[in-house]
Write a protein that binds this ligand. Structure first.
Ligand code: FAD
Length: 303
């Protein structure tokens, strides 16, 4: 019987493991793919406090080593289901079953992709899903933002202060995001809106980096837009559906919880990108990890 099982070894889950172990709680971390989560393939992180430059892999390794050295157990198994049995929970994985008194869901979210052939290959070479993370790399360059919701609008506004030109490409004829942000964007001289259009191809230069995108409008008219970067902001897919029987999700699939990281189920907590929140970043994920673990420790100490 574990004191806690943490599902997901991203920054939120590994931080939670560090806190749990420092409180001497028997901790298992389950990871479906690789430790580190979304950040592992990122070459350069510039916004993690006290680290001017660090690669995603190095940050992940350090987090993982810290959790392990403190005594957290890590198993590479995918959690398929959570069951409540009497006063404990059973986590069913693709390989086994584990018992625990508390659970921290830290399964993160995946960016929704455009589905273009070389999209994955160009990650970090012109393709990004996060302007706050990567915008600074495109100072005085030309970029495109794809999407029509609040995230896309905010990203375009953020980038308009950094890049020399921002193309905002939306497949519809109206934005679904806030009108106020649309009005602000219309006032930016370096923002051009391209409506009723889809990005259909990403073309690279000899250096393998993005240099141009092909856009097709509703009348099948094709045009080329020269850009150094394209920011895809068409939503996220939270990795939470496996647990929906026991914990409440919002319509988009995020686990419903406030800053206290408590779910509707008393012994189950949520941390990081999988939670309903506004800012999905490394610092907010690690912060959630600390809060969720502290709550789980209090819960265990009161049993
Ligand atoms: C390309 C890219 C660059 C980024 N750059 C920055 C940056 O520079 N600065 C910044 O602050 N933020 C950045 N972010 C955002 C940041 O990575 C996320 O906010 C952060 O990783 C969220 O951490 P998390 O632990 O909540 O989730 P994740 O990092 O998504 O980790 C969740 C983990 O859970 C695992 N998992 C999912 N389902 C299961 C399951 N059923 N069973 C077991 N394991 C499971 C996943 O495999 C994954 O390892 C970037 C994101 C991306 C995609």
């Amino acid at each position: 019987m574990y004191d806690t099982i943490i599902i997901g070894a991203g920054p939120a889950g590994l931080t939670a493991a560090i806190y749990m172990r420092r409180a001497n709680k028997k901790t298992l971390v389950l990871e479906a793919k690789v430790c580190g989560g979304q950040i592992v393939n990122t070459m350069d992180i510039e916004n993690y406090p006290a680290e001017m430059h660090i690669s995603g892999m190095e940050l992940s390794d350090r987090l993982q080593n810290q959790a392990k050295e403190l005594g957290a157990e890590i198993k590479y198994e995918k959690a398929i289901e959570i069951r409540k049995i009497d006063d404990f929970y059973e986590v069913v994985t693709d390989e086994s079953k584990h018992k625990t008194r508390t659970l921290i869901v830290a399964t993160g979210a995946d960016n929704r992709k455009l589905g273009l052939e070389n999209e994955d290959e160009l990650l970090g070479k012109g393709v990004s899903y996060c302007a706050t993370c990567d915008g600074a790399f495109y100072k005085d360059k030309d970029v495109a933002v794809v999407g029509g919701g609040n995230t896309a609008l905010e990203e375009a506004l953020y980038l308009s202060k950094i890049a020399s030109k921002v193309y905002l490409i939306h497949r519809g004829n109206m934005f679904s995001g806030d009108e106020k942000t649309v009005d602000l964007l219309k006032k930016q001289k370096n923002v051009k809106m391209i409506m009723n259009s889809n990005v259909v191809e990403m073309i690279t230069g000899d250096d393998g980096k993005l240099m141009e995108i092909k856009v097709v409008d509703d009348d099948d008219k094709e045009s080329s837009v020269k850009v150094d970067g394209v920011f895809i902001a068409i939503g996220y897919i939270p990795e939470t559906q496996n647990f929906a029987k026991l914990i409440k999700l919002n319509r988009a699939g995020y686990v419903k919880a406030d800053e206290d990281c408590e779910t509707n189920e008393p012994g189950i907590f949520v941390a990081g990108d999988a939670r309903t929140k506004e800012v999905r970043q490394l610092v907010t994920a690690t912060s959630d990890g600390a809060i969720a673990a502290t709550k789980a420790i209090k819960y265990l100490n009161n049993l």
